[in-house]
Design a binder for this molecule. Structure first.
Ligand SMILES: [Fe+2]
Ligand SMILES: [Fe+2]
Length: 184
């Protein structure tokens, strides 16, 4: 398998989540209310899977290794754009978290901010994925030797292995902090 294989498989799961978010947005618009637990699940998916696990491998392995190659101007420009889009996606997700928190605390005006963020994300991800799948990943493989591609793929598996431990170590650190704050 090429190192873009796992990344393209991950794109398919992200698309499934985006489809669910589309349906959920339709329900929010219809019922004029939000299920905050759904938003929390969607945010966890976006932050842990789409951003940390998926964008993490793109940025820390594929883009890092492309960065030392003599890329065409077009490919370099696209790679920079993709990194900027990842950053922008993080900002929208942070806005969604903030709006959901306001909504949970009874601020009904946060509803429109939640809808706006979901709409932005469901527009953003398919475009971003299409750019990678159709215009970037495959031509970029030509910059690498077979050995380099194999090494990247191996590194991707290693990258994935640490993530579950990282997620739950961070969770323990967070609950420890909450407990300390409660005791003060
Ligand atoms: Fe990406
Ligand atoms: Fe991607």
């Amino acid at each position: 398998m090429m190192p873009i294989g796992p990344l393209m498989i991950e794109h398919r799961l992200i698309e499934r989540m985006i489809d669910v978010m589309k349906e959920e947005l339709f329900l929010i618009e219809k019922e004029k209310k939000v299920d905050p637990e759904f938003i929390e699940m969607a945010v966890d998916f976006i932050r842990t899977y789409a951003d940390r696990c998926h964008h993490g491998k793109e940025e820390d392995i594929l883009f890092r290794d492309l960065g030392v190659k003599k890329l065409t101007d077009e490919h370099r420009h696209t790679m920079e754009e993709l990194v900027e889009e990842h950053k922008w996606g993080r900002k929208v997700t942070a806005r969604l978290v903030e709006a959901n928190t306001r909504y949970i605390h009874g601020n009904k005006e946060a509803l429109s901010a939640i809808m706006d963020c979901i709409e932005t994300l469901i527009e953003f991800y398919p475009k971003h994925i299409e750019k990678e799948d159709r215009h970037f990943f495959i031509p970029c493989m030509d910059y690498f030797t077979d050995a380099e591609k194999e090494a990247m793929l191996k590194e991707e598996w290693e990258f994935d292995k640490i993530l579950i431990h990282e997620k739950y170590r961070n969770m323990v650190i967070a609950v420890e902090k909450i407990l300390t704050a409660k005791k003060l």
